[in-house]
Design a protein around this ligand. Structure first.
Ligand code: SF4
Length: 349
C-alpha cells in the first residue's frame, strides 16, 4: 500500500448489505459500518490503535449527530430513519430497518436551537417523511402535516423543505399545508404525483425520480413513462438507469433490459425532461421572486447565486450577502437555472 498509515473505511447501506464478506472481498478495508453506526465512527477511529477490523451492526438511530452545516443559514434535520415499504429495487429496508420516528418535542427543540443560531431554511429528512409519527407512542403521535405546522411556528424559520415523501402516504393535509403555511416552500419532490397538488398549489414546482429499464420494461411501458412525464410537465427530474442491487427482489427478476436499450431510453427521457423543464421555467420570467442567497455564482463570481422557494437556482446581479433573503427580478430561464437582478431596496427582513 502506498500510504500504510491511511485508514480506509466504507459506510452506509451498501456496506451493511455486504457485511458478511466486505473484509474478505476488500482486504484493504479497515473499518466498515452500517447507516446506524455513523455516530460511533469517531470513537472507533480515535482508538489508540486500529487493531481489529470492525463491523458495527445496525442498532441505533443516528439522528442525534451534531449537525455539520455547509452554510450557517441552512440546516438539515433527520426526522425518521428506516422504511416500511418494500420497493423491489431498493436495499434500504434491509439495511436501515423499520421506520423509527424521532419525538416531536425533541425535533422542535433542535429546530429552535438551529433558528437561534441563524438557520433560516430547514430541510426535514426521512426515507418516507409522510409516514412520520406512526410508530410513536399515542400520547406523542402527530402527523407529518402537524409536524410541519409546528416547525412553521418556530420563530426565525423562513423556509421549510422536506425529502423524501412517498406518494402512497401523501395526504391532502400535507398539500393543504403547502397552501397555508407561510414558511413551507412551493416545491414538492415526489415520485409521480396525482392531480391534487396543483389543485391546491397551482404554482407548485414538481420534481421527481424516474428509473429507466426496470426488469420487464417493454416499449409500451417506456412510452407510458414518456407520456406521463410530458403530461405532468416536471420542473426537473432525477433520472436513473436501473442497476441491480444484490439482495433485492429486482436483481433476480427475469427480463432484464439490455444495457444499450436502457441507454437509448434514458437519452430520450432526459431530452423530454429538459424540454418540459425549460418550458415550465418560462413562467417565472418577468416575475419578482424571493431568493435566499447562497454565495457567488459558480460560473461567474461577479454575480450571486441563490434559490427560490420553488428550489430553482437563480444567478443574478446584486450586492446581497449569503443568508439574506432578497427580491430578484427574473429575466431569463433555462431548464435548470433562472437569471435576473436584485431589486434595489429589496431586502426581506
Ligand atoms: S420508499 Fe424509498 S427507501 Fe423505502 S423501499 Fe421504496 S425506494 Fe426504498
Amino acid at each position: 500500500m502506498e500510504d500504510p498509515g491511511r485508514v480506509v473505511g466504507v459506510g452506509g447501506c451498501w456496506a451493511q448489505s455486504v457485511k458478511d464478506e466486505v473484509f474478505e472481498r476488500f482486504p484493504f478495508v479497515d473499518v466498515a459500518f452500517g447507516p446506524g453506526q455513523i455516530h460511533r465512527l469517531a470513537e472507533f477511529l480515535t482508538q489508540d490503535s486500529l487493531t481489529a477490523q470492525g463491523y458495527f451492526e445496525f442498532e441505533d438511530f443516528s439522528g442525534h449527530l451534531p449537525a455539520k452545516r455547509a452554510r450557517d443559514f441552512q440546516g438539515w434535520v433527520q426526522i425518521s430513519v428506516g422504511c416500511n415499504c418494500v420497493c423491489a429495487y431498493c436495499i434500504v429496508p434491509q439495511t436501515r430497518g423499520r421506520e423509527v420516528s424521532r419525538r416531536p418535542g425533541e425535533l422542535i427543540a433542535e429546530i429552535e436551537s438551529l433558528a437561534a443560531e441563524g438557520v433560516r431554511e430547514v430541510t426535514l429528512l426521512g426515507q418516507n417523511v409522510n409516514a412520520y409519527g406512526r410508530d410513536l407512542p399515542q400520547e406523542e403521535r402527530i402527523t407529518f402535516a402537524e409536524l410541519l405546522s409546528r416547525v412553521d411556528a418556530v420563530e426565525g424559520v423562513e423556509r421549510i423543505r422536506y425529502t423524501s415523501p412517498h406518494p402512497k402516504d401523501m395526504r391532502e393535509d400535507v398539500i393543504r399545508a403547502h397552501a397555508e403555511l407561510p414558511a413551507l416552500c412551493e416545491h414538492i419532490h415526489l415520485p409521480l404525483q396525482s392531480g391534487l397538488i396543483r389543485e391546491h398549489v397551482p404554482d407548485c414546482a414538481l420534481t421527481t425520480d424516474i428509473i429507466v429499464g426496470f426488469p420487464g420494461e417493454a416499449d409500451e411501458d417506456f412510452a407510458a413513462t414518456l407520456d406521463v412525464t410530458d403530461r405532468v410537465g416536471y420542473d426537473g427530474a432525477f433520472t436513473f438507469i436501473f442497476s441491480p442491487r444484490r439482495g433485492t427482489e429486482a436483481a433476480t427478476m427475469m427480463d432484464q433490459v439490455p444495457h444499450p436499450v436502457k441507454r437509448e431510453r434514458m437519452a430520450r427521457l432526459v431530452e423530454l425532461v429538459q424540454r418540459r423543464a425549460r418550458e415550465r421555467a418560462q413562467r417565472f420570467v418577468g416575475r419578482t421572486m424571493q431568493v435566499l442567497v447562497e454565495g457567488p455564482s459558480r460560473t461567474d463570481p461577479a454575480r450571486l447565486r441563490g434559490r427560490t422557494g420553488h428550489n430553482k437556482t437563480v444567478n443574478f446581479e446584486g450586492t446581497a450577502e449569503p443568508g439574506e433573503l432578497v427580491e430578484v427580478e427574473i429575466t431569463g430561464a433555462t431548464s435548470t437555472t433562472l437569471s435576473g437582478h436584485e431589486r434595489l431596496l429589496s431586502r426581506v427582513p
